[in-house]
Design a protein around this ligand. Structure first.
Ligand code: ZN
Ligand code: FE
Length: 252
């Protein structure tokens, strides 16, 4: 029993993520940022794509649905909003379960970046696929949801075990680290940022990260202890909103 997980860079800063159930050999792609790259990578690995698991409707996540379906016949699973730009076979929402062979993934609603954003939790494998909700040292911009929406979503992710491997959809970590250093003087954060800069200088990915590492160093998750320097707030969600706004205005 188990899940193989294969991460590869595609487009300018996206990650392609392919997963395969050990027991049956069935595979899935998390999102479809670049259909040609995904099909080539699955081919190279000898993995047969049975499912597409969309996290949200943005073109760099669902834009390749049709081409992947045409080439493989894969069933497309995702939030209903995907139909704004691409085909969808099975809409899912919070608490739904998706079966890939003998591996089970549970849908966690993580709105904020968009309405109808979801993450997929593979509890047995200790992995979560979070799309553009949580990034290494960062989080998604609030294109459709509110600060409260995103704070609630991040809380659902941080409730997972600390060792959970977090598969983010973009390599934004060096930029996120430059911002983190402007709002957080914690030495643990400085150490992590140094490691991130070193990894990126060598072209190494900073994904996956873990829930525990993000809880300790991600300035968005640490908003309630950091936001006092940025403005006044009454709730943790408002503190998060202050850090999010500061990052939106950050040029570094
Ligand atoms: Zn997006
Ligand atoms: Fe994206």
């Amino acid at each position: 029993m188990g899940l193989d997980i294969h991460l590869f860079p595609c487009l300018s800063d996206n990650y392609g993520i392919l997963i395969r159930d050990h027991a049956t050999g069935l595979a899935a792609t998390v999102d479809t940022p670049d259909s040609s790259a995904i099909l080539a990578e699955a081919d190279r690995l000898g993995w047969r794509l049975a499912l597409v698991l969309n996290t949200h409707w943005h073109p760099d996540h669902a834009g390749g649905n049709q081409a992947v379906k045409d080439a493989t016949g894969a069933e497309i699973i995702g939030p209903p909003e995907v139909t704004r730009i691409a085909p969808l076979d099975r809409p899912v929402a919070d608490g739904d379960e998706v079966q890939l062979g003998e591996s089970r993934l549970t849908v966690i609603q993580t709105n904020g970046h968009t309405n109808g954003h979801i993450s997929y939790h593979a509890a047995e494998a200790g992995a979560v696929f979070v799309g553009d909700t949580l990034f290494a040292l960062g989080c998604g911009r609030l294109f459709e949801g509110t600060a409260q929406d995103m704070w609630t979503s991040l809380g659902r992710l941080t409730a997972l075990p600390d060792a959970t491997q977090v598969y983010c959809a973009h390599e934004y970590t060096a930029s996120n680290a430059r911002f983190a250093l402007t709002v957080d003087q914690d030495p643990t954060v400085a150490d992590r940022c140094a490691a991130v800069f070193a990894a990126r200088a060598q072209g190494r990915p900073t994904v996956p990260t873990t829930i525990g590492l993000e809880k300790a160093t991600n300035p968005f998750l640490r908003a309630p202890v950091l936001a006092g320097a940025l403005g006044s707030f009454a709730t943790d969600a408002e503190a998060f909103g202050l850090v999010r706004a500061a990052k939106d205005g950050f040029r570094g």
